[in-house]
Write a protein that binds this ligand. Structure first.
Ligand code: NIG
Ligand code: FE
Length: 399
């Protein structure tokens, strides 16, 4: 049977056409036909003859979309975490060859299959928490062959059946490789050959760069952004995690899909983002872990910058795989409303990934659904740390 209806106390569509902050429908029904949604509305208006499963007091939302992760990694940074909790600085560990470089060594020593297997495990656990689309960055390979291998591992994991869909991103400028003696030559190589090869082999949809003090300058990232756009890839940028080095203005000038982090951004930077229609991807787990301040959420909101919330899942700054945990922190420590947090993991997250077939429940959209064992959608953002899903569908199939 390919047509199935799911009736629940609350169907949270996130579709502005339904009105209200989240387009919620009481006593609602979602009908799935194969991989697509065939009907969304009140239960009493169910298309005739549809077999309907009654989910009772539960809540249905669009499957959650995690728009920023570094989920393809192996190895362990547990020792570093303990050092950091004892007072050592993240950047100090990085300068001493740990941090990103530590995961780089583990990733470089692993096979493509080992990398893919690690990612498959994480994607499965993410799906169990309600996540149906995951952006996954490379960025631990550092040199061209290893970056491409990491992207091939991401593609291999994505091809497994009944997994969240994966949006791969080439994180081209993350850190200088350990053996690098010539910074300009490294940036030129990545900007030239690597971006072109990745586009030709369809290994990524976006290119990212870490634009920050002690990382890469806006000028270096400009080169990579232009190279990406020239071969039809979108741009997303790590901006202002530690300091404002002009990343927001750069993102706006490139027409980037997103700027991510934004703990440090000027009022002018916010204005240019708003005018250019760039989404802000907020990563509360990493600012919590690093003791960074919250981004200027009130100013971003007032300027009309669409807010996205993502997990940043990585072994250094965001030791979690849980997007619902990030939503909880976005509400608790960034001051987002529960509605803003939910939109930030559905409709706005889809916009930031340039996916127009998901993030809302409406006829014709992908049948990506999270069915929650919760009385109300506000319970997604608290209590924390629990698995709260009843059933998760990706393209109409149970994960
Ligand atoms: O988003 N800012 C740089 N990249 C990651 C951290 C990666 C790591 O520490 O392994 C981040 O926080
Ligand atoms: Fe990140």
């Amino acid at each position: 049977m390919t047509v199935r209806g799911f009736a629940a106390k609350r169907v949270v569509t996130c579709d502005p056409a339904q009105g209200g902050a989240l387009g919620a429908i009481d006593d609602g029904l979602v009908v799935v036909d194969g991989a697509r949604i065939a009907f969304v509305g009140r239960r009493e208006n169910a298309p005739q003859g549809t077999p309907v499963e009654d989910l009772g007091e539960r809540v249905i939302t669009p499957g959650l979309i995690d728009a920023h992760t570094h989920a393809c990694w192996v190895g362990s940074r547990d020792e570093e975490y303990a050092q950091r909790m004892a007072g050592r600085d993240y950047r100090d560990i990085a300068r001493a060859g740990g941090g990103i470089l530590s995961t780089h060594r583990a990733v470089a020593a692993a096979t493509e299959e080992e990398l893919a297997d690690a990612l498959v495990g994480r994607l499965r656990r993410m799906a169990s928490l309600g996540v149906t689309t995951v952006e996954v960055k490379s960025g631990y390979g550092l040199d061209a062959p290893h970056e491409k291998r990491q992207l091939r591992a991401i593609a291999r994991a994505a091809a497994h059946p009944d997994m969240p869909s994966v949006v791969p991103t080439l994180l081209a400028l993350h850190a200088l490789p350990p053996s690098c003696l010539d910074r300009a030559a490294y940036v030129a190589r990545v900007t030239g050959d690597l971006v072109m090869e990745v586009a030709r082999e369809k290994l990524a949809r976006f290119v990212d760069a870490f634009v920050d003090a002690a990382a890469f300058s806006a000028e270096e990232a400009l080169a990579i952004g232009k190279a990406a756009l020239a071969v039809g890839l979108g741009v997303r940028l790590h901006v202002g995690q530690f300091a404002d080095v002009g990343g927001a203005q750069l993102a706006a000038s490139l027409g980037a899909a997103s700027v991510d982090h934004l703990e440090h951004v000027s009022p002018e930077g916010i204005d240019t983002l708003a005018r250019a229609g760039v989404t802000a991807v907020l990563l509360p787990v990493s600012s919590f872990t690093l003791d960074q301040p919250a981004p200027p959420v009130a100013s971003l909101r007032a300027a009309g910058v669409p807010l996205v919330v993502a997990s940043d899942a990585n072994p250094g700054t965001a030791p979690t795989e849980s997007l619902p945990l990030a939503l909880a922190m976005a509400v608790r420590s960034y001051g987002l409303s529960p509605e803003e947090a939910i939109l930030g993991a559905t409709r706005n997250a889809a916009t930031s990934l340039r996916l127009d077939d998901r993030g809302v429940l409406r006829e014709g959209a992908r049948a990506d659904l999270a069915i929650w064992d919760l009385p109300h959608e506000q319970a997604i953002v608290q209590p924390w740390g629990l698995k709260k899903t009843h059933l998760v569908l990706v393209g109409g199939r149970a994960t």
